[in-house]
Write a protein that binds this ligand. Structure first.
Ligand SMILES: [Zn+2]
Length: 363
């Protein structure tokens, strides 16, 4: 099996919001959820530490995920989800609960938290050695709302945060995100400048079109699109337009293919479309699209998002666990991808990006 680096997982969100003990087997987690009816994804989860290990996923970017948005957008009767908080203090607190979760896993030896270039190289050496190290984890934030103010950024860097996506769904404090239109806010511009100064990475995924264009122009550090597919293959603002994909490539960034069927299959209706209409081949289509656009295999990667609030009701029909991503190996080989190409897509392109990121961090 080939080592996989997964550029996007929401591990601690699953533990703290969905009460999932990711150290258990997939079967055990599913069994424990049999009487739970709060979410469609109950009994259908695909991601836990044993399955990550079974699929040789040895490094991931894992998130802190909570959102609040600008207070002016709040209206009476606003429908809260487990992600949404009426004031940024809620998002701040939720992100800290997730932070505590990563600390606990680190203490338990369930993860290896990668904070520096030395950590990265040490972990990578172990990945290629005899022993099997725990999952390597680089901490990112999906939606920057937990950060009260750009001045607070050194605190978050000290806490281990190494990358940020400014927005998630809707209007955030720092930028417009998925499903809405708009640009960066003034604080968003300040945050980007502060991130570049500290050597933190920018994840452009979930930025609205205008905000993404502004971010490409302004941000001077290392950037990528962690879990993002092609808008030409699957229409919709959540996907990268050809121009946006070109911009990521021009910045020497990578695009991580997402395994959320909604982003893989045109016209997917959440909760309605049968997962069997889409297979893992579709992920290969999106990978191939990035490679054709770049004219090489240096900018395509994996960012599965497989624990992003959905389970097998919204994954390709032939995917039962995150370990099934290994099937990409055979699919891409049959399409003519070489061993070197596959190593680049599975892990090499992320490693190049991480080395650049940690090489520039104020550590
Ligand atoms: Zn996402």
């Amino acid at each position: 099996m080939r080592t996989i680096i997964d550029g996007h997982l929401d591990l601690a969100w699953n533990a703290t919001s969905f009460d999932r003990d990711l150290r258990l087997s997939q079967d055990e987690i599913r069994t424990r959820e049999q009487l739970m009816t709060d979410l469609k994804s109950r009994t259908r989860g695909t991601t836990c530490f044993p399955e990550l290990q079974a699929g040789k996923i040895q490094v991931c970017i894992a998130t802190l995920l909570a959102r609040s948005g600008p207070a002016t957008d709040r209206q009476t009767g606003y429908a809260r989800t487990d992600l949404d908080f009426a004031h940024h203090i809620g998002a701040y607190a939720a992100a800290h609960a997730q932070l505590a979760c990563y600390h606990l896993w680190e203490q338990q030896g369930a993860i290896r938290w990668i904070r520096t270039l030395a950590d990265l190289e040490d972990h990578w050496t172990k990945c290629n050695g005899e022993s099997e190290p725990p999952l390597g984890m680089i901490l990112s934030m999906e939606g920057a709302d937990p950060i009260s103010d750009p001045d607070e950024l050194p605190y978050w860097f000290g806490a281990g945060l190494r990358a940020i996506g400014l927005s998630h769904y809707g209007h955030g404090q720092y930028a417009a995100g998925t499903a809405v239109e708009g640009g960066l806010t003034e604080k968003g511009e300040q945050l980007l400048d502060a991130m570049a100064k500290l050597g933190m990475g920018l994840d452009v995924t979930h930025l609205a079109d205008q905000a993404m264009e502004q971010a490409f122009d302004r941000f001077t550090g290392v950037l990528w699109a962690s879990h993002h597919n092609s808008r030409t293959l699957v229409p919709g603002q959540r996907q990268l337009s050809d121009q946006q994909m070109k911009s990521v490539i021009e910045h020497d960034g990578v695009v991580g293919v997402a395994f959320d069927a909604w982003m893989m299959y045109p016209g997917w209706a959440r909760g309605e479309t049968d997962p069997n209409v889409v297979s893992i081949e579709a992920a290969a289509d999106h990978i191939d699209y990035v490679c054709q656009m770049a004219g090489n295999t240096k900018h395509s990667a994996i960012g599965s998002d497989l624990d992003g609030g959905f389970g097998t009701e919204q994954t390709p029909g032939d995917l039962n666990s995150i370990a099934d991503m290994q099937r990409l190996d055979g699919i891409l080989s049959r399409r003519g991808y070489s061993d070197d190409d596959l190593n680049a897509i599975f892990h090499g392109n992320w490693m190049r990006t991480f080395r650049k990121l940690f090489g520039g961090c104020a550590q």
